[in-house]
Design a protein around this ligand. Structure first.
Ligand SMILES: [Zn+2]
Length: 315
């Protein structure tokens, strides 16, 4: 009802529009008086699905143990071909697209661009294992105008975080940003591994503003980051607690999805699902998933080693 009245008020300020608004108001009031026994119909989010890949981590090295770096191009190719048979709104890779070397991007990025739907990227620590002079070009190489960003699909706001914001891997050793990471790590007496990272202050402010904007638009929110924040784990962001505290101020945030920990993980805390996708690079068998959004639940369909999950959305 309110929307209709506001819409009328947006018309040009003329006698005609005032008359029109008055007529609309009468119709609205008439409609309300005739419908006091029934509540207005709730608008349902139409279902949609998207593809999730974590830690493709390709490089032209056979690898030892369970990391099969040089097989990841074939796994990604098969995954892209599989996704192209489905009705997916988009696909997102959750970071560590390569293991090392700038040339590795030239092998796997053209495969990813064969997707027939938009393909997004999250930045991981291994994506920056390139020459110091090339580190600043990594986001652009992956088609990102910014290292953190957001977009909306059918009433859901997707926020992509850059967990390398404060880190030892994303900047040349002589840079101010590298020195800032050294100070941050020392001043906060970090015990989390040096190959993790943190969300910087500016990005935290941006994140809260984006949560606010989504709240005002009555959108629900899912976060993506390369690094987990929950449950407690050696792979977590340096400032995982700070991020969780902000998330929990906004009940419309429903899930946080990441890679980095190749074993995968899952926990729920105060109505937020924290999901770690398994790494595609591990073992001979691939791993990826499809997340379907329904009105009251998120359904993860696991392919290969990834598990199936049904995550209830609490209101
Ligand atoms: Zn990683």
């Amino acid at each position: 009802m309110e929307n209709k009245v506001n819409y009328g008020a947006n018309f040009p300020n003329s006698i005609v529009s005032i008359q029109f608004s008055f007529i609309v108001l009468l119709i609205v009031l008439g409609f309300m008086s005739c419908n006091t026994s029934t509540s207005p119909k709730k608008t349902l989010n139409p279902n949609f699905s998207f593809g999730l890949i974590a830690d493709c981590q390709y490089c032209n090295v056979i690898g030892e143990g369970q990391r099969k770096y040089s097989q990841s191009d074939e796994k990604l190719q098969a995954c892209v071909e599989h996704f192209n048979t489905m009705d997916l709104s988009w696909v997102i890779h959750l970071g560590d697209f390569i293991d090392k070397d700038w040339e590795s991007f030239d092998v796997v990025e053209p495969i990813y661009r064969q997707l027939t739907m938009p393909g997004y990227h999250v930045l991981g620590n291994h994506d920056f294992l390139v020459a110091d002079s090339l580190k600043g070009f990594v986001p652009k190489r992956l088609g990102l105008p910014s290292s953190y960003y957001h977009f909306v699909t059918k009433g859901w706001r997707f926020i992509i975080l850059d967990g390398n914001d404060i880190s030892f891997h994303a900047y040349p050793k002589e840079s101010q940003a590298y020195k800032a990471a050294e100070s941050y790590y020392a001043d906060n007496q970090m015990t989390s591994a040096i190959w993790n990272g943190a969300i910087g202050m500016q990005q935290m402010i941006w994140l809260e503003e984006t949560f606010q904007m989504a709240k005002e638009k009555d959108e629900q929110v899912i976060l993506f980051c390369h690094f987990p924040v929950f449950p407690d784990n050696p792979h977590n962001l340096w400032n995982a607690t700070e991020v969780i505290n902000l998330i929990e101020k906004y009940p419309h945030v429903k899930a946080y999805i990441n890679g980095h920990n190749h074993d995968g993980n899952y926990a729920q805390k105060n109505g937020v699902h924290y999901l770690t996708m398994k790494g595609m690079v591990d073992t001979e068998e691939s791993s990826y998933g499809i997340l379907s959004i329904e009105e009251d639940r998120l359904i993860l369909t696991g392919i290969g080693r990834e598990e199936d999950r049904v995550l209830e959305i609490t209101k």
